[in-house]
Design a protein around this ligand. Structure first.
Ligand code: AMP
Length: 482
Protein backbone atom coordinates (compact mmCIF):
# COMPACT_ATOMS: atom_id res chain seq x y z
CA UNK A 1 0.00 0.00 0.00
CA UNK A 2 1.57 3.26 -0.96
CA UNK A 3 1.31 6.03 1.59
CA UNK A 4 -1.63 7.65 -0.16
CA UNK A 5 -4.76 9.13 1.34
CA UNK A 6 -8.09 8.40 -0.30
CA UNK A 7 -7.81 11.54 -2.43
CA UNK A 8 -4.64 10.09 -3.94
CA UNK A 9 -2.45 12.72 -2.29
CA UNK A 10 0.78 11.75 -0.70
CA UNK A 11 1.27 13.01 2.80
CA UNK A 12 4.45 14.87 3.49
CA UNK A 13 6.79 14.53 6.41
CA UNK A 14 10.18 15.70 5.31
CA UNK A 15 13.61 17.16 5.73
CA UNK A 16 15.06 19.89 3.51
CA UNK A 17 18.60 21.03 2.88
CA UNK A 18 20.40 23.65 0.79
CA UNK A 19 24.07 24.44 0.20
CA UNK A 20 25.69 27.40 -1.49
CA UNK A 21 29.37 28.03 -2.01
CA UNK A 22 31.84 28.48 -4.80
CA UNK A 23 34.69 26.04 -4.42
CA UNK A 24 32.55 23.82 -2.18
CA UNK A 25 31.70 20.23 -3.13
CA UNK A 26 28.00 20.94 -2.64
CA UNK A 27 26.95 17.55 -4.02
CA UNK A 28 28.97 15.53 -1.53
CA UNK A 29 28.21 17.80 1.42
CA UNK A 30 24.53 17.71 0.49
CA UNK A 31 24.65 13.92 0.47
CA UNK A 32 26.21 13.89 3.95
CA UNK A 33 23.69 16.44 5.19
CA UNK A 34 20.80 14.28 4.00
CA UNK A 35 22.04 11.41 6.18
CA UNK A 36 21.66 13.67 9.20
CA UNK A 37 18.03 14.35 8.22
CA UNK A 38 17.14 10.76 7.41
CA UNK A 39 14.87 10.46 10.47
CA UNK A 40 12.56 13.06 8.90
CA UNK A 41 11.73 10.89 5.92
CA UNK A 42 12.67 7.48 4.63
CA UNK A 43 10.53 7.00 1.57
CA UNK A 44 12.62 8.94 -0.90
CA UNK A 45 15.72 11.08 -1.12
CA UNK A 46 16.95 13.51 -3.72
CA UNK A 47 19.57 16.09 -4.51
CA UNK A 48 19.66 18.72 -7.29
CA UNK A 49 22.75 20.79 -8.09
CA UNK A 50 23.30 23.76 -10.36
CA UNK A 51 26.29 25.66 -11.65
CA UNK A 52 24.08 28.45 -12.93
CA UNK A 53 23.84 27.10 -16.47
CA UNK A 54 22.79 23.55 -16.00
CA UNK A 55 20.82 21.71 -13.33
CA UNK A 56 21.39 18.04 -12.53
CA UNK A 57 19.27 15.99 -10.15
CA UNK A 58 19.27 12.50 -8.74
CA UNK A 59 16.27 11.13 -6.84
CA UNK A 60 15.07 7.74 -5.83
CA UNK A 61 12.88 5.74 -3.53
CA UNK A 62 14.40 4.51 -0.29
CA UNK A 63 17.00 5.61 2.20
CA UNK A 64 19.80 8.03 1.33
CA UNK A 65 22.32 5.16 1.41
CA UNK A 66 20.22 3.19 -1.10
CA UNK A 67 19.37 6.06 -3.43
CA UNK A 68 22.90 7.40 -4.05
CA UNK A 69 25.86 5.41 -5.28
CA UNK A 70 29.40 6.79 -5.34
CA UNK A 71 28.95 7.26 -9.11
CA UNK A 72 25.78 9.32 -8.59
CA UNK A 73 27.56 11.66 -6.20
CA UNK A 74 30.58 11.88 -8.51
CA UNK A 75 28.32 12.64 -11.45
CA UNK A 76 26.52 15.41 -9.54
CA UNK A 77 29.89 16.67 -8.30
CA UNK A 78 31.33 16.80 -11.84
CA UNK A 79 29.14 19.79 -12.65
CA UNK A 80 31.24 21.98 -10.35
CA UNK A 81 27.99 23.35 -8.96
CA UNK A 82 27.75 26.17 -6.44
CA UNK A 83 24.23 25.33 -5.24
CA UNK A 84 22.58 22.14 -4.02
CA UNK A 85 19.05 21.44 -2.84
CA UNK A 86 18.25 18.21 -1.01
CA UNK A 87 15.21 16.45 0.36
CA UNK A 88 14.16 13.34 2.28
CA UNK A 89 10.53 12.29 2.42
CA UNK A 90 8.39 10.27 4.76
CA UNK A 91 8.51 6.53 4.61
CA UNK A 92 5.84 3.88 4.73
CA UNK A 93 5.56 0.20 4.01
CA UNK A 94 5.43 -0.19 0.24
CA UNK A 95 6.58 3.34 -0.55
CA UNK A 96 5.06 5.99 -2.78
CA UNK A 97 5.66 7.28 -6.27
CA UNK A 98 8.97 8.49 -7.62
CA UNK A 99 7.13 11.35 -9.34
CA UNK A 100 6.40 12.93 -5.97
CA UNK A 101 9.93 12.67 -4.67
CA UNK A 102 11.82 15.92 -4.30
CA UNK A 103 13.46 18.29 -5.00
CA UNK A 104 11.09 19.18 -7.80
CA UNK A 105 13.01 20.59 -10.73
CA UNK A 106 11.47 22.94 -13.27
CA UNK A 107 12.90 24.49 -16.38
CA UNK A 108 11.39 27.76 -17.44
CA UNK A 109 12.33 30.08 -20.25
CA UNK A 110 13.58 32.48 -17.58
CA UNK A 111 15.74 29.84 -15.95
CA UNK A 112 15.65 26.72 -13.83
CA UNK A 113 14.66 26.05 -10.28
CA UNK A 114 14.88 23.23 -7.73
CA UNK A 115 12.43 23.22 -4.85
CA UNK A 116 12.30 21.19 -1.64
CA UNK A 117 9.40 21.50 0.80
CA UNK A 118 8.69 20.36 4.35
CA UNK A 119 5.13 20.80 5.57
CA UNK A 120 1.58 20.63 4.32
CA UNK A 121 -0.55 23.35 2.77
CA UNK A 122 -4.07 23.62 4.10
CA UNK A 123 -5.40 25.20 0.90
CA UNK A 124 -3.36 23.10 -1.55
CA UNK A 125 -6.40 21.42 -3.08
CA UNK A 126 -8.17 24.68 -3.66
CA UNK A 127 -5.10 26.31 -5.27
CA UNK A 128 -4.56 23.29 -7.49
CA UNK A 129 -8.12 23.51 -8.76
CA UNK A 130 -7.73 27.23 -9.43
CA UNK A 131 -4.47 26.73 -11.29
CA UNK A 132 -5.84 23.79 -13.28
CA UNK A 133 -8.86 25.81 -14.30
CA UNK A 134 -6.41 28.39 -15.67
CA UNK A 135 -4.63 25.74 -17.74
CA UNK A 136 -1.83 24.62 -15.42
CA UNK A 137 -0.75 20.99 -15.78
CA UNK A 138 0.57 19.03 -12.81
CA UNK A 139 2.92 16.07 -12.94
CA UNK A 140 2.67 15.15 -9.27
CA UNK A 141 0.02 15.04 -6.59
CA UNK A 142 2.09 16.99 -4.06
CA UNK A 143 1.39 20.42 -2.58
CA UNK A 144 4.91 21.43 -3.52
CA UNK A 145 4.12 21.52 -7.20
CA UNK A 146 1.31 23.96 -6.43
CA UNK A 147 3.91 26.34 -4.98
CA UNK A 148 6.12 25.83 -8.03
CA UNK A 149 3.24 26.51 -10.39
CA UNK A 150 2.30 29.67 -8.47
CA UNK A 151 5.91 30.77 -8.66
CA UNK A 152 6.02 30.27 -12.43
CA UNK A 153 2.97 32.48 -12.73
CA UNK A 154 4.88 35.44 -11.27
CA UNK A 155 8.33 34.63 -12.65
CA UNK A 156 8.48 37.86 -14.69
CA UNK A 157 8.96 39.77 -11.41
CA UNK A 158 12.22 37.99 -10.63
CA UNK A 159 12.69 35.11 -8.19
CA UNK A 160 12.45 37.01 -4.95
CA UNK A 161 9.35 39.03 -5.80
CA UNK A 162 7.71 36.10 -7.57
CA UNK A 163 8.15 34.04 -4.45
CA UNK A 164 6.60 36.71 -2.23
CA UNK A 165 3.67 37.02 -4.65
CA UNK A 166 3.20 33.24 -4.82
CA UNK A 167 3.37 32.81 -1.05
CA UNK A 168 0.61 35.35 -0.55
CA UNK A 169 -1.76 32.66 -1.94
CA UNK A 170 -0.41 29.80 0.08
CA UNK A 171 -1.65 28.82 3.55
CA UNK A 172 -0.32 26.19 5.88
CA UNK A 173 3.03 24.77 6.84
CA UNK A 174 6.04 25.23 4.60
CA UNK A 175 9.75 25.38 5.13
CA UNK A 176 11.20 25.71 1.65
CA UNK A 177 14.64 25.55 0.09
CA UNK A 178 14.96 26.78 -3.50
CA UNK A 179 17.96 26.75 -5.78
CA UNK A 180 18.05 28.98 -8.86
CA UNK A 181 20.86 29.81 -11.32
CA UNK A 182 22.52 32.25 -8.92
CA UNK A 183 20.78 31.99 -5.58
CA UNK A 184 19.91 29.68 -2.73
CA UNK A 185 16.68 30.76 -1.05
CA UNK A 186 15.21 29.64 2.26
CA UNK A 187 11.64 30.35 3.39
CA UNK A 188 9.79 29.62 6.63
CA UNK A 189 6.03 30.04 6.71
CA UNK A 190 4.57 32.94 8.71
CA UNK A 191 3.60 30.70 11.62
CA UNK A 192 6.92 28.86 11.67
CA UNK A 193 5.29 25.43 11.85
CA UNK A 194 8.34 23.55 10.62
CA UNK A 195 11.92 24.40 11.54
CA UNK A 196 14.59 25.78 9.20
CA UNK A 197 18.01 27.12 10.10
CA UNK A 198 21.08 28.71 8.57
CA UNK A 199 24.72 27.83 9.01
CA UNK A 200 28.17 28.59 7.67
CA UNK A 201 30.32 25.99 5.92
CA UNK A 202 33.97 25.91 4.92
CA UNK A 203 35.14 27.97 1.87
CA UNK A 204 32.83 30.82 2.90
CA UNK A 205 29.73 28.81 1.99
CA UNK A 206 26.29 28.54 3.57
CA UNK A 207 23.90 25.78 4.52
CA UNK A 208 20.15 25.79 5.10
CA UNK A 209 18.70 22.78 6.89
CA UNK A 210 15.55 21.58 8.62
CA UNK A 211 17.60 20.85 11.72
CA UNK A 212 20.82 22.17 13.18
CA UNK A 213 22.10 18.58 13.54
CA UNK A 214 22.63 18.56 9.75
CA UNK A 215 24.83 21.66 10.00
CA UNK A 216 26.93 20.00 12.70
CA UNK A 217 27.13 16.78 10.68
CA UNK A 218 28.87 18.46 7.75
CA UNK A 219 31.25 20.38 10.03
CA UNK A 220 29.40 23.67 9.61
CA UNK A 221 28.64 26.36 12.17
CA UNK A 222 25.08 27.19 13.18
CA UNK A 223 24.23 30.87 12.61
CA UNK A 224 20.53 31.16 13.43
CA UNK A 225 17.01 29.92 12.85
CA UNK A 226 15.13 31.37 9.91
CA UNK A 227 12.32 33.41 11.43
CA UNK A 228 8.66 32.68 10.79
CA UNK A 229 7.64 34.73 7.75
CA UNK A 230 11.26 35.26 6.69
CA UNK A 231 12.89 34.67 3.34
CA UNK A 232 16.69 34.52 3.12
CA UNK A 233 18.56 34.89 -0.13
CA UNK A 234 22.08 33.62 -0.38
CA UNK A 235 24.21 34.53 -3.38
CA UNK A 236 27.68 35.71 -4.26
CA UNK A 237 27.21 38.90 -2.25
CA UNK A 238 26.31 37.03 0.95
CA UNK A 239 23.01 36.61 2.83
CA UNK A 240 20.03 38.97 2.63
CA UNK A 241 16.84 38.64 4.58
CA UNK A 242 13.30 39.82 3.94
CA UNK A 243 10.18 39.50 6.11
CA UNK A 244 7.27 38.69 3.82
CA UNK A 245 4.58 38.18 6.45
CA UNK A 246 3.85 38.85 10.06
CA UNK A 247 1.45 36.65 12.00
CA UNK A 248 1.18 34.89 15.35
CA UNK A 249 3.73 32.08 15.60
CA UNK A 250 2.65 28.47 16.10
CA UNK A 251 5.74 26.27 15.78
CA UNK A 252 5.03 22.54 16.04
CA UNK A 253 5.35 21.23 19.60
CA UNK A 254 5.72 17.65 18.36
CA UNK A 255 9.13 18.44 16.85
CA UNK A 256 10.38 18.70 20.46
CA UNK A 257 8.37 15.78 21.77
CA UNK A 258 9.16 13.21 19.12
CA UNK A 259 10.07 14.25 15.63
CA UNK A 260 13.35 16.17 15.65
CA UNK A 261 16.73 14.72 16.53
CA UNK A 262 17.88 14.93 20.13
CA UNK A 263 20.98 16.86 19.13
CA UNK A 264 19.15 19.61 17.23
CA UNK A 265 18.35 23.04 18.61
CA UNK A 266 15.15 24.60 17.29
CA UNK A 267 14.24 28.23 17.88
CA UNK A 268 16.76 28.48 20.69
CA UNK A 269 15.64 25.35 22.51
CA UNK A 270 17.77 22.22 22.45
CA UNK A 271 15.63 19.14 21.78
CA UNK A 272 17.50 16.89 24.22
CA UNK A 273 17.15 19.45 27.01
CA UNK A 274 13.47 19.95 26.14
CA UNK A 275 12.83 16.18 26.39
CA UNK A 276 14.66 15.97 29.70
CA UNK A 277 12.52 18.81 31.07
CA UNK A 278 9.38 17.06 29.84
CA UNK A 279 10.50 13.95 31.73
CA UNK A 280 11.19 15.91 34.93
CA UNK A 281 7.80 17.55 34.76
CA UNK A 282 6.21 14.14 34.16
CA UNK A 283 7.84 12.75 37.33
CA UNK A 284 6.38 15.64 39.34
CA UNK A 285 2.89 15.14 37.91
CA UNK A 286 2.86 11.34 37.91
CA UNK A 287 5.18 9.79 40.49
CA UNK A 288 5.25 6.01 40.88
CA UNK A 289 6.38 3.55 43.54
CA UNK A 290 9.01 1.80 41.46
CA UNK A 291 12.51 0.31 41.42
CA UNK A 292 13.75 1.43 38.01
CA UNK A 293 12.97 3.78 35.13
CA UNK A 294 13.41 2.54 31.57
CA UNK A 295 12.79 4.23 28.21
CA UNK A 296 11.43 3.24 24.85
CA UNK A 297 14.59 3.95 22.85
CA UNK A 298 15.65 6.19 21.25
CA UNK A 299 13.16 9.04 21.26
CA UNK A 300 11.87 8.26 24.77
CA UNK A 301 15.33 8.17 26.39
CA UNK A 302 15.98 11.83 27.31
CA UNK A 303 12.51 12.08 28.93
CA UNK A 304 13.16 8.86 30.87
CA UNK A 305 16.49 10.25 32.08
CA UNK A 306 14.72 13.44 33.18
CA UNK A 307 12.03 11.38 34.93
CA UNK A 308 14.61 9.21 36.73
CA UNK A 309 16.58 12.26 37.89
CA UNK A 310 13.49 14.03 39.23
CA UNK A 311 12.11 10.88 40.86
CA UNK A 312 15.50 9.92 42.27
CA UNK A 313 15.25 6.45 40.74
CA UNK A 314 17.91 4.56 38.78
CA UNK A 315 17.66 4.63 34.98
CA UNK A 316 18.35 1.29 33.27
CA UNK A 317 18.35 0.01 29.70
CA UNK A 318 15.38 -2.29 30.06
CA UNK A 319 14.61 -2.39 26.36
CA UNK A 320 17.30 -3.15 23.84
CA UNK A 321 16.96 -1.78 20.35
CA UNK A 322 18.18 -3.58 17.28
CA UNK A 323 19.69 -0.76 15.23
CA UNK A 324 19.86 -2.83 12.07
CA UNK A 325 16.12 -3.14 11.61
CA UNK A 326 15.20 -0.21 9.45
CA UNK A 327 12.22 -0.28 7.19
CA UNK A 328 10.25 -3.45 7.52
CA UNK A 329 7.84 -4.21 4.74
CA UNK A 330 5.25 -5.91 6.86
CA UNK A 331 1.65 -5.31 6.00
CA UNK A 332 -0.62 -4.00 8.75
CA UNK A 333 -2.40 -6.44 11.03
CA UNK A 334 -2.10 -6.92 14.76
CA UNK A 335 0.01 -10.07 14.72
CA UNK A 336 2.54 -8.72 12.25
CA UNK A 337 2.72 -5.34 13.97
CA UNK A 338 3.61 -7.18 17.14
CA UNK A 339 6.32 -9.09 15.35
CA UNK A 340 7.65 -5.85 13.94
CA UNK A 341 7.95 -4.24 17.39
CA UNK A 342 9.68 -7.39 18.67
CA UNK A 343 12.14 -7.28 15.79
CA UNK A 344 13.11 -3.80 16.88
CA UNK A 345 12.85 -3.94 20.68
CA UNK A 346 13.47 -6.70 23.17
CA UNK A 347 13.22 -6.72 26.95
CA UNK A 348 16.46 -7.17 28.87
CA UNK A 349 15.44 -9.84 31.39
CA UNK A 350 18.51 -9.20 33.57
CA UNK A 351 17.30 -5.63 34.13
CA UNK A 352 13.55 -6.23 34.29
CA UNK A 353 12.94 -9.47 36.23
CA UNK A 354 11.35 -8.94 39.64
CA UNK A 355 11.30 -5.14 39.29
CA UNK A 356 8.60 -2.49 39.54
CA UNK A 357 9.25 -0.68 36.29
CA UNK A 358 8.40 2.83 35.11
CA UNK A 359 8.47 2.79 31.29
CA UNK A 360 8.68 6.25 29.70
CA UNK A 361 7.79 6.93 26.06
CA UNK A 362 7.43 10.21 24.20
CA UNK A 363 3.92 9.54 22.89
CA UNK A 364 1.11 7.06 22.46
CA UNK A 365 -0.58 7.31 19.07
CA UNK A 366 -2.43 4.12 18.15
CA UNK A 367 -1.45 2.43 21.39
CA UNK A 368 -0.20 -0.67 19.61
CA UNK A 369 3.46 -0.25 20.55
CA UNK A 370 2.72 0.25 24.23
CA UNK A 371 0.38 -2.71 24.42
CA UNK A 372 3.11 -4.96 23.03
CA UNK A 373 5.85 -3.50 25.22
CA UNK A 374 3.88 -3.87 28.45
CA UNK A 375 3.27 -7.52 27.61
CA UNK A 376 6.95 -7.95 26.81
CA UNK A 377 8.00 -6.51 30.19
CA UNK A 378 5.60 -8.80 32.04
CA UNK A 379 6.95 -11.81 30.15
CA UNK A 380 10.44 -10.69 31.19
CA UNK A 381 9.33 -10.87 34.82
CA UNK A 382 8.44 -7.26 35.72
CA UNK A 383 6.36 -7.28 38.92
CA UNK A 384 4.65 -3.98 38.00
CA UNK A 385 4.62 -1.81 34.87
CA UNK A 386 3.85 1.89 35.20
CA UNK A 387 3.66 3.67 31.85
CA UNK A 388 4.48 7.39 31.70
CA UNK A 389 4.13 9.49 28.56
CA UNK A 390 5.98 12.79 28.11
CA UNK A 391 3.15 14.59 26.31
CA UNK A 392 -0.64 14.87 26.64
CA UNK A 393 -3.03 12.36 24.99
CA UNK A 394 -2.76 12.66 21.19
CA UNK A 395 -6.36 13.27 20.14
CA UNK A 396 -6.32 15.03 16.75
CA UNK A 397 -4.58 14.48 13.42
CA UNK A 398 -1.93 16.94 12.23
CA UNK A 399 -2.55 18.90 9.02
CA UNK A 400 0.76 20.74 9.14
CA UNK A 401 3.33 18.17 8.18
CA UNK A 402 3.47 15.40 10.78
CA UNK A 403 1.85 12.27 9.51
CA UNK A 404 -0.69 10.86 11.95
CA UNK A 405 -3.48 8.33 11.62
CA UNK A 406 -7.14 9.30 11.39
CA UNK A 407 -9.09 10.23 14.54
CA UNK A 408 -10.69 6.80 14.49
CA UNK A 409 -7.27 5.22 14.93
CA UNK A 410 -5.96 7.58 17.60
CA UNK A 411 -6.46 5.63 20.80
CA UNK A 412 -6.72 8.76 22.97
CA UNK A 413 -9.53 10.07 20.75
CA UNK A 414 -11.50 6.89 21.49
CA UNK A 415 -10.73 6.13 25.15
CA UNK A 416 -10.07 7.99 28.38
CA UNK A 417 -6.88 7.41 30.36
CA UNK A 418 -8.40 4.68 32.52
CA UNK A 419 -9.62 2.76 29.49
CA UNK A 420 -6.26 3.21 27.77
CA UNK A 421 -4.48 1.87 30.85
CA UNK A 422 -6.67 -1.23 30.74
CA UNK A 423 -6.11 -1.59 27.00
CA UNK A 424 -2.33 -1.52 27.23
CA UNK A 425 -2.43 -3.72 30.34
CA UNK A 426 -0.33 -1.42 32.58
CA UNK A 427 -0.61 -1.09 36.36
CA UNK A 428 -0.85 2.67 35.93
CA UNK A 429 -0.69 5.20 33.10
CA UNK A 430 0.13 8.90 33.31
CA UNK A 431 0.32 11.53 30.58
CA UNK A 432 2.05 14.88 31.02
CA UNK A 433 -0.54 17.68 31.16
CA UNK A 434 -0.62 20.37 28.47
CA UNK A 435 0.33 23.01 31.04
CA UNK A 436 3.21 20.83 32.17
CA UNK A 437 4.32 20.34 28.55
CA UNK A 438 4.29 24.07 27.86
CA UNK A 439 6.03 24.80 31.16
CA UNK A 440 8.83 22.39 30.21
CA UNK A 441 9.35 24.17 26.88
CA UNK A 442 9.05 27.70 28.19
CA UNK A 443 10.18 30.38 27.73
CA UNK A 444 11.43 29.34 24.25
CA UNK A 445 8.04 28.04 23.07
CA UNK A 446 5.10 29.86 24.53
CA UNK A 447 2.79 29.91 21.50
CA UNK A 448 3.40 26.51 19.93
CA UNK A 449 0.84 24.66 17.78
CA UNK A 450 -0.70 22.10 20.17
CA UNK A 451 -3.63 21.10 17.95
CA UNK A 452 -2.71 17.39 18.17
CA UNK A 453 -3.54 17.61 21.89
CA UNK A 454 -6.52 19.96 21.73
CA UNK A 455 -8.14 19.56 18.31
CA UNK A 456 -8.06 23.35 18.02
CA UNK A 457 -6.16 24.30 14.88
CA UNK A 458 -4.32 27.59 14.44
CA UNK A 459 -5.88 28.06 10.98
CA UNK A 460 -8.90 26.65 9.23
CA UNK A 461 -8.34 23.43 7.35
CA UNK A 462 -9.50 22.75 3.80
CA UNK A 463 -12.83 20.96 4.24
CA UNK A 464 -11.80 18.35 1.69
CA UNK A 465 -8.61 17.70 3.57
CA UNK A 466 -10.31 17.29 6.94
CA UNK A 467 -12.83 14.80 5.58
CA UNK A 468 -10.15 12.93 3.72
CA UNK A 469 -8.01 12.51 6.80
CA UNK A 470 -10.94 11.26 8.84
CA UNK A 471 -11.73 8.43 6.46
CA UNK A 472 -8.17 7.53 5.59
CA UNK A 473 -7.57 3.78 5.59
CA UNK A 474 -5.22 2.34 8.16
CA UNK A 475 -1.65 1.90 7.10
CA UNK A 476 1.59 1.17 8.81
CA UNK A 477 3.55 4.26 9.68
CA UNK A 478 5.23 3.51 12.95
CA UNK A 479 8.80 3.20 11.71
CA UNK A 480 9.62 6.78 10.74
CA UNK A 481 11.57 7.20 13.95
CA UNK A 482 12.19 4.96 16.84
P1 AMP B 1 1.62 3.68 18.50
O1 AMP B 1 1.83 2.22 18.47
O2 AMP B 1 0.86 4.14 17.28
O3 AMP B 1 1.03 4.21 19.75
O4 AMP B 1 3.06 4.33 18.33
C1 AMP B 1 3.67 5.09 19.28
C2 AMP B 1 5.15 5.18 18.96
O5 AMP B 1 5.35 5.77 17.68
C3 AMP B 1 5.87 6.03 19.99
O6 AMP B 1 6.94 5.24 20.49
C4 AMP B 1 6.41 7.22 19.23
O7 AMP B 1 7.78 7.41 19.50
C5 AMP B 1 6.22 6.89 17.77
N1 AMP B 1 5.55 7.99 17.01
C6 AMP B 1 4.87 9.03 17.49
N2 AMP B 1 4.43 9.83 16.47
C7 AMP B 1 4.84 9.26 15.32
C8 AMP B 1 4.72 9.62 13.93
N3 AMP B 1 4.08 10.71 13.53
N4 AMP B 1 5.28 8.79 13.04
C9 AMP B 1 5.92 7.68 13.43
N5 AMP B 1 6.08 7.29 14.71
C10 AMP B 1 5.55 8.08 15.66
Amino acid sequence: MPNVAVDGKLREECGVLGLYGRGLDVARLGYFGLFALQHRGQESAGLAVTDGKEIKAHKGLGLVADVFTEEDIASLGSLGAHTAVGHVRYSTAGGGGLANSQPLVANHRRGHIALAHNGNLVNGEQLREELESQGAIFHTTSDTEVILSMLARYRQYGNENALVQALAHVQGAYSLVLGTEAQLIGVRDPRGFRPLCLGRTGCGGYILASESAAIDAIGGRFIRDILPGELVIIDKSGVRSRRFADSPVSACIFEYIYFARNDSTIDGLNVYRARQELGKQLALEHPAQADIVISVPDSGTPAALGYAAAANLPFAEGLVKNRYVGRTFIEPGQELRELKVKLKLTANIEVIAGKRVVMVDDSIVRGTTMQILVRMLRQAGASQVHVRVSCPPYVSPCYFGIDTPSTAELVAAQCDVKEMCALIGADSLGFLSLDGTLAALSPAQTSACVSCFTGVYPMSIDKVKRETRLVRPADDWSDVRG
